[in-house]
Write a protein of this length. Sequence first.
Length: 282
Amino acid sequence: MSLRDDIDDLWNRYDEGLTAEDATADDLATLDAFLESLEAGEVRAAEPSGSGESVRDRWTVNEWVKHGILLNFGLRSIEPRTHGDVDYHDVLPLRETGDIGERGSRNTPDGTVLRRGAYVGSDAIMMSPSFVNIGAYVGDGTLVDSCDTVGSCAQIGADVKLGANTLIGGVLEPVEDNPVIIEDGVSLGAGCRVTSGFAVGENSVVGENTLLTPRIPVYDLVEEEVLYGELPAERRAFARYVESSVSDEDLIPGAAYKPAVVATDIETETLESTEREDALRQ
């Protein structure tokens, strides 16, 4: 049987009442193999699936992978654990990081936390303090800066820059829900928040302190349309407030203005500045 078949079988048994007390050594071995596959990048909670009209159309959610993650919580018991001089209680230990160094990536000490089932690619940089949760995927050459959080199942592409104090939201349930997608080459300014399955198209540059969530409209001035839940590829985006209509009062009662995101073409000077940053990193 394949790993997916094993997880599907275990999920069916769990759905029928299997508990942590009933789980066998073979069941736990299946869960361990699943976590190892996540950490090796062999399985992903979502993966590119080809071309599509929207960013989200180009990705497929693997519900069975989310099942495997949920099983690791449902079929394991909470245990006392130690990380450095910190005692904590969880169902899983933190992730071993030896393979990360072998890929040419680096993580700074005193607060770089990787949970089991997280993947970090080659030539990536993890600054402290930062946290990458189970099921998250961080691509090659990506920078996770200080005070960043990469939530469960979030998919971060290659050569992405997450500015300091950036939050990438996570999602596990319901399993059909989309995780946050950040495609290759994206640059998020300090203090950005990307939540609730929002998708950012490749090579876009997002200004600092911008909130990207499906409830906030994206005014794409390139195609002259209003979008929800995604930012198209190769856009420069920034937070703005726009005049609120009567129909928006249920969102922000009595508000004259509502939050929005405005997206324009990538400007020449923006590209040049990001290229200079790449040169400085090298």
